[in-house]
Design a binder for this molecule. Sequence first.
Ligand code: HEM
Ligand code: HEM
Length: 288
Amino acid sequence: RSMRDYGCFVFCLLAALLAGFLSFLFVLVWVLHWREGLGWDGASAEFNWHPLLIVTGFVVLQGSAIVVYRLPWTWRCSKFLMKCIHAGLHLTVLILAIVSLVAVFDFHNTQNIPNMYSMHSWTGLTAVVLYGVQVLIGLLVYLFPFAPVTLRATLLPFHVFSGLLIFGAGIATALMGITEKLIFALSRSYNQSYSQSPPEALFVNFLGAFILIFGAFVFWMVTQPQWKRPQEQVPKTLPPNGGRASGAEERGEMSADPENSEIEYNREAARKRYVILDEAGQRSTMSL
Ligand code: HEM
Ligand code: HEM
C-alpha cells in the first residue's frame, strides 16, 4: 500500500469527521437556538430530542461504527476487539434511536397528533426495526462463538449490504424529517414561511447538506476494496521447515535436479494445504 493511498484514506476520514461534527453542531444549535430547547414536557422541547438523538446516533455514530474496521492503525488490534467496538457502537445507536422514537411518539400522544401518518414515519420506523434485527443477527452470528465458519462467510455480504441499505435509508428519512419540520414550524407565522428563506431555513438546509456529505464519505470509504482490513495473518503451524524454501534456496542456490524439483512441488502442495487448514482454523475462532 502506497503512502499516497494512505493519505487519501485519511483525507476522506477527516472530511467525514468534519461533516459529521458539523451535522451534530447544527442540529444542536437548531433545537437550542431556533427552536424551544430540550425538555421532557410532552411539548416541543420533548420533540426536539427526536432530531438531536437521531442525527447524532443513527447518522453520525452509525457511520463511524461502519468505517471502524477500515482504520489502518487498528489492523494490529485483534479482530475480536474491533468487533466489540463495532457492535458496541451499533448498540449505542440502537438505544439512542429508541429514546428518540419514544420522545416523538410521546409528544404526538400528549398533543393528540396522529401517529404513523407520514412517509417519513413509515421509512423511519422500518429503518429502526431492521436496524434492531441487524444488531441481533450481528451479535448472534459474529460476536458470540456459536455460529459455524460457513454461516459467517455466507451471511457477510448480506450483513454488509443490509447495513449500508439501513444507513442510506436513515439518511433519506432524516432529510425528509428535517424538511417536514421546517415546513410545519415556519408556516405558522405568515412572514416566516420556508419559501421566504428566513435565516433558520438557510441554516437547517446546511444541516441537510452536511448529513448527505457525511454519508457520501462513509459510503466511499467502505466501498473501496483496497482499504479493507487485511485477512488475519495465517502461517502459525506450518510443516517442519516452515513450508518455505530451504536455506539453500533462500540463498538463491536453486537446483535443476528433477528429483529435487519434485520434492519442491510436494512441499508447495503441502504448504497450500496447511495454509487452507490454518485459515479455516483461524476463521472458526475469530477472523470472520
Ligand atoms: C416523526 C423516525 C429523523 C422530524 C417520526 C416518526 C418516526 C420517525 C417513526 C413517527 C412518530 C409518530 O408517528 O408518532 C425517524 C427516523 C429518523 C428521523 C428513523 C432518522 C433516521 C428526523 C429528523 C427530523 C424529524 C432529523 C428533523 C426535525 C420528525 C417530525 C415528525 C417525525 C417533524 C412528526 C411528523 C411525522 O410523523 O412525520 N420520525 N425520524 N425526524 N419526525 Fe422523524
Ligand atoms: C462489517 C454494518 C452490527 C459484525 C460490517 C460492514 C457494515 C456493517 C456496513 C462492512 C464494513 C467494511 O466493509 O469495512 C453493520 C450494522 C450493524 C452491524 C449497520 C447494526 C445494525 C454488527 C454486529 C456485529 C457485526 C452486532 C457483531 C460483532 C461485523 C463483522 C464485519 C462487519 C464481523 C466484517 C468486517 C470485515 O469485513 O472485516 N457491518 N453491522 N456487525 N460487521 Fe457489522
